[in-house]
Design a protein around this ligand. Structure first.
Ligand SMILES: C[S@@+](CC[C@H](N)C(=O)[O-])C[C@H]1O[C@@H](n2cnc3c(N)ncnc32)[C@H](O)[C@@H]1O
Length: 413
């Protein structure tokens, strides 16, 4: 007689799952249950802070006492997450009596159900059971996860399951994902962004996206270099919008890969509106923005306890006195916190002079971080009064972020 487990995908939405125990094991198990929509009843005299936070937020019901058999009324599944074998055995005895499957953290041979090692890849869930050996299960799971991350072909296991979502004029419509690529280090793209990139038919990339990400695209992917599109800034943007819409309407899955975050001075909003107007579905994947990552890469936290309770991100691409400027530099000068200026090198002398003229001290620490998180990163530390001249002397060039505020020295020993 085979003793192989029989794999199932439990659809737990709205169904009662009882977790007995409130320690480390429960802390690890509960999130996946909540993610599956389970109605979680947690029975434990004490909870870890993470579980307590979920209970306080109303995400689960907590009964602050030891287990009693009535706790299993209406349950579909029990997870026993206590160390004490006697207590665990008594819960699983009640579960068996009631024909409720029971997962036991303390003794898998006594359990009637095992939890697999899991990797999720969009809508695909891969669950691995290692014949009772959790390490084996995790090793196999990790290998599959790596394969899925790196080698997802359009017709492969993960495919492009969410890429096609409708029809336009009888044709299958593709879709667009606006993906933040992070500030420069290719490892700073998000897991979701990376997955979508590996699934793309067309990638429309900005000048500032990490080149190494593009190196790893499948050879059959059409790569459009958006920085090479001629015409001025607004015409070029129209061209990019048109490329996104045309390719998607032709059925392609288009990833619009943008430096940092798509919505931080990234014109992602315009692209989303253009796609929406053409009936093309869009997914937005936020990215690690240079406005936070560049200071961090230079050892500067944008906030720090007792130093700065706010940070403001501002574009310096227009001079403070430019008619089209939307920035109240006079008001910003009155803030005590951190000012992060993007695209500000060209106008730095005028910007710093305006801030000082409106009351910010010229002694305020300031820094410039060029090509942050890349192998060619440069950092200049100075003061508000001197930074423009120092940046010129050091021949700093875009892309660079300017940080103004006491946080600049906050982590200095
Ligand atoms: C058009 S904005 C795009 C910002 C981007 N969406 C983000 O969230 O980081 C371009 C500006 O971002 C900043 N920037 C982008 N990448 C950078 C990097 N690796 N190092 C320093 N600054 C960077 C520079 O100020 C650059 O001029």
């Amino acid at each position: 007689m085979s003793s192989n487990p029989y794999p199932l995908g439990l659809r737990l939405h709205g169904r009662r799952v009882v977790v007995v125990g409130g320690g480390a094991v429960a802390t690890r198990r509960v999130p996946a249950l909540l993610d599956a929509g389970a109605d979680v009843l947690l029975v434990a005299p004490e909870l870890t802070p993470a579980l307590r936070a979920r209970a306080d937020a109303g995400r689960l019901h907590w009964v602050p006492r030891r287990f009693v058999p009535e706790d299993l009324d209406g349950a579909w599944l029990v997870q026993v997450a206590v160390d004490d074998p006697m207590a665990a055995a008594s819960v699983s005895a009640v579960a068996a009596e009631r024909r409720i499957f029971c997962v036991r953290a303390d003794d898998r041979t006594a359990a009637t159900a095992w939890t697999p090692a899991v990797t999720r890849h969009g809508p695909v869930t891969v669950a691995v059971l290692g014949g009772g050996d959790p390490r084996r299960a995790m090793t196999v799971r990790d290998a599959i996860r790596d394969l899925l991350a790196v080698r997802v072909a359009p017709d492969g296991i993960a495919g492009r399951p969410d890429a096609s979502t409708g029809t336009t004029g009888g044709r299958q419509t593709g879709r667009v994902a606006l993906v933040g690529a992070g500030p420069g280090d290719p490892e700073l793209i998000t897991v979701k962004g990376w997955r979508l990139l590996t699934e793309a038919d067309v990638v429309v990339a900005d000048r500032l996206v990490p080149g190494l990400l593009l190196d790893e695209l499948r050879p059959d992917v059409e790569l459009v270099d958006a920085s090479k599109i001629p015409y001025g800034p607004s015409r070029a943007q129209e061209e990019i919008n048109q490329i996104l819409v045309d390719r998607a309407l032709a059925g392609a899955f288009v990833v619009r890969l943008k430096g940092g975050d798509p919505y931080v001075f990234g014109r992602g909003g315009e692209e989303l509106l253009a796609c929406a107007a053409a009936g093309v579905p869009v997914t937005v994947v936020p990215g690690v923005t240079s406005s936070i990552a560049a200071p961090a890469a230079a050892g500067i936290p944008v906030t720090h306890r007792g130093v700065a309770h706010e940070f403001t991100v501002v574009s310096g691409h227009l001079a403070p006195d430019a008619a089209a400027s939307l920035v109240r530099w006079d008001a910003l000068a009155g803030l005590h916190g951190t000012l992060v200026i993007l695209m500000g090198l060209k106008n730095l002398a005028a910007i710093t002079a305006t801030l000082i003229a409106h009351g910010r001290s010229p002694q305020t620490p300031a820094a410039v971080v060029q090509e942050a998180t890349t192998g060619t990163q440069r950092v200049l530390r100075s003061t508000l009064g001197e930074v423009a001249a120092d940046a010129l002397t050091a021949d700093l060039r875009p892309p660079a972020v300017v940080v103004v505020g006491d946080v600049v020295g906050a982590l200095d020993g």
